[in-house]
Design a protein. Structure first.
Length: 343
């Protein structure tokens, strides 16, 4: 009896759930307005999470835009324990932790393959920082896909942005827009469609499928399919919640998220290709709505501007901000991602 009492006491001290205790997981997802990844991959994953993993958990899933919570607040909310798992909008939460932006500097990830390499190189450094500062463990990283430019006024090249107000979602992209003469305007995704319609902004940047789901082509005329970033996002779990699970159950959780993340990478690429066709009236158009935007040809000049951005603009601007709060930030990036780029 004494041994049993001691074992139970030790379990409580270690934060493990009591025998027969069901763990409640409050999950904050991507905004429903972002479209098909949230609808067809993320939400179904959490709805069947308990059954698929065999874990004794209940899951309460809420899309971000159903809560009134701002995406910039996600890390603080996760640290507080208000939600146990959050589908992190990485660019937006990088305001609280600039290290995250090293995953997706402007010009760094023009393709899915490049994004996968960056994720593999830098995710451990981001995870370590989140655990130390925000009591959060990173469970995986996935992309919405290449982020491109939608405009209401007619444009023929990147430098036509001079004087135009352009919706951006992180500081690095804002610096880039400024460098080509545009006026960056930070807006949450849910605000963009109306802002374009009312002339609050002239242009906006997002992925083709997200733009399609949010009806941006109804209030714009042109799309320049030049990839600035790939919009990496991630799943974070509160460490206090994580530590309630046994090592065996933790392995089940990690395996489930690995499968989800792999699935989203493949689905994201499928959506991107389909949405690029749908937005400009091409076929086949099977997963998104058909529109008739003008597709602006990508010039060699525009390609060079974005390709040179990492070394000349986005890395130097980010390194200064990141090193101010995380002294090893840029050195860690150079030792991992930077080696691939000869930096």
């Amino acid at each position: 009896m004494r041994q049993l009492f001691a074992a139970l006491s030790l379990g409580l001290l270690l934060g493990s759930p009591a025998i027969g205790e069901t763990v409640e997981l409050k999950v904050l997802g991507q905004p429903g307005s972002t479209g098909l990844i949230q609808k067809n991959k993320e939400q179904p994953f959490f709805e069947t999470f308990a059954a698929d993993t065999g874990l004794d958990v209940t899951v309460n899933f809420q899309p971000l835009d159903a809560t009134g919570i701002k995406d910039t607040e996600e890390l603080r909310i996760l640290k507080s324990g208000l939600f146990n798992i959050i589908s992190l909008r990485m660019s937006q939460v990088s305001r609280d932790e600039p290290t995250i932006l090293g995953l997706d500097l402007v010009g760094l990830n023009p393709t899915y393959d490049a994004g996968k390499k960056t994720m593999a190189d830098f995710s451990e450094i981001v995870d370590k920082r989140l655990q130390e500062k925000f009591n959060t463990k990173l469970l995986g990283i996935w992309p919405f896909g290449p982020q491109v430019l939608f405009c209401k006024p007619e444009i023929s090249k990147l430098t036509d942005l001079k004087g135009y107000k352009v919706r951006v979602y992180d500081q690095n992209l804002a610096k880039f827009v400024e460098s080509v003469g545009g006026i960056p305007v930070p807006l949450s995704f849910s605000e963009v469609q109306q802002s374009l319609a009312r002339g609050v902004v002239d242009c906006a940047i997002t992925g083709p499928s997200s733009a399609n789901s949010a009806a941006w082509p109804e209030v714009t005329t042109h799309v320049l399919p030049l990839a600035f970033q790939i919009a990496l996002n991630g799943y974070g779990i509160n460490l206090d919640t994580w530590n309630k699970f046994t090592p065996e159950d933790q392995a089940k959780i990690e395996a489930a998220f690995d499968t989800l993340v792999s699935d989203i990478w493949a689905y994201s690429e499928e959506l991107f290709d389909d949405a690029m066709r749908c937005n400009v009236g091409k076929t086949p158009c099977e997963l998104n709505k058909p529109y008739d935007l003008v597709e602006v040809p990508i010039s060699e000049e525009d390609l060079k501007i974005v390709e040179s951005a990492v070394k000349e603009l986005s890395f130097p601007a980010w390194a200064e901000v990141c090193d101010a709060t995380n002294p090893s930030c840029s050195a860690d990036w150079k030792a991992t991602v930077g080696t691939r780029l000869g930096m």
